[in-house]
Design a protein around this ligand. Structure first.
Ligand SMILES: [Zn+2]
Length: 381
């Protein structure tokens, strides 16, 4: 058993003054004003101690080089697994202690879960899509409702943590445009109903506004991207749909985190100010926003990009402790692991991040990592 003290402590929701975190094995035993007698207290000095960060949307088997299909095409499973391991480690060194992987090829990331020294990984396996649909080459093609339901059962049988469905097309697959829907509301509702019966949350990839409406009606758990694309490759946010998302309480996993050097794809970059405006409206309407970086899809999205999202969140109006909660406790709740992750509290997993300075006042401090602890163990740098 040991304890950590720091100049500042953010517990996932708020700053707690003059507190120590007592760690017993892989769990937090207590957060209080003093450690029990005989327990060593390490004083970290002028740093902020907080829960490890949570990225709600990554792709560990992509490496950001070239078209997605070519990144995985012809690559043996073992090589993808090694790539995923390296990407997860890179994320960990930036303080990302939980990763939700929303799309691998042929379930290759499943064996990584529970590997000592790697972040907690929540695995979706291949996203549900349709023939020639978005990311069909990952192996999740479904033809019709029966097929979709069977695919959910297969993911449950294999032990996946979440079901991902491509409700609309995407920027990077020809065949279905970003604004085209690949499934109707009854299809998506069948997936959600089946997944929920089996205890699995559903993450819905949606760029098109029609697809977003479908996802809200089908009661998915998170809407990924939520860019409000309409034909003509333009983002045209619909105030009524934004209101409906907030009313339904469906969390939006916003694709944020911009690289200081690499730029996003042109279709995204051109529409980004409008999309950020939509997220601001959603936030103001009481909607819940978390951050999924889509790490892996391109050179602008390395697997440690999440801390850069603090800057984007500020543009949406999410700052200070609100920003820190977004990247920790709120993300944990959105991924269904709020009981174990994203909090410094008795009983939670001892996944911690210490950064120099105060990220609530100066978001760039999130990039200045002093140390990371994973399941109670200090991560060597
Ligand atoms: Zn993605």
């Amino acid at each position: 058993m040991f304890a950590l003290r720091a100049a500042r402590l953010f517990d996932g929701n708020t700053f707690v003054s003059d507190a120590v975190v007592v760690i017993d094995g892989s769990r937090i035993q207590a957060v209080g004003s003093d450690a029990p007698p005989g327990v060593d207290v390490e004083d970290l000095g002028d740093v902020t101690l907080m829960p490890g960060l949570i990225d709600t949307h990554q792709h560990l088997c992509f490496d950001g080089s070239g078209p997605l299909e070519e990144q995985v095409g012809g690559v043996p499973d073992e090589a993808l697994l090694e790539r995923a391991r390296g990407n997860a480690l890179r994320a960990l060194l930036a303080g990302i202690t939980t990763i939700r992987d929303l799309g691998d090829r042929d379930f290759v990331t499943l064996p990584l879960r529970g590997t000592p020294g790697l972040p907690t990984i929540l695995v979706a396996g291949p996203p549900l899509t349709r023939d020639a649909g978005h990311c069909w080459y990952l192996g999740g093609c479904c033809n019709g409702r029966e097929d979709l339901v069977a695919a959910v059962h297969e993911r449950h049988r294999r032990g996946c943590d979440v079901v991902k469905i491509m409700v609309t097309g995407g920027a990077l697959t020809p065949g279905f445009a970003m604004w085209d829907s690949q499934f109707d509301t009854d299809d998506v509702a069948a997936v959600v109903e089946t997944a929920h019966e089996l205890g699995l949350p559903v993450a819905a990839h949606c760029h098109g506004t029609d697809g977003i409406v479908t996802a809200v009606e089908a009661r998915v758990d998170t809407i990924e991207h939520c860019t409000f694309f309409t034909s003509g490759a333009r983002s045209e946010p619909d105030a009524r749909v934004i209101e409906a998302i907030a009313q339904a309480g469906v969390r939006v996993s916003a694709t944020l985190g911009r690289h200081p050097e690499h730029r996003p794809p042109p279709a995204i970059e051109a529409n980004l100010p409008v999309v950020l405006g939509a997220f601001r409206q959603l936030h103001e309407a009481g909607g819940v926003i978390v951050v999924g970086t889509d790490a892996g899809v391109g050179p602008a999205k390395p697997h440690d990009i999440l801390p850069h999202a603090a800057k984007d969140l500020a543009e949406i109006g999410i700052t200070g402790t609100d920003m820190l909660a977004t990247l920790t406790s709120r993300a944990a709740a959105a991924c269904g692991v709020g009981d174990r992750k994203g909090r410094l509290a008795a009983g939670a997993d001892a996944d911690l991040l210490a950064v120099r300075g105060d990220p609530a006042r100066e978001p760039a401090a999130l990039l200045d990592v002093h140390g990371v602890w994973l399941a109670g163990a200090w991560v060597p740098r």
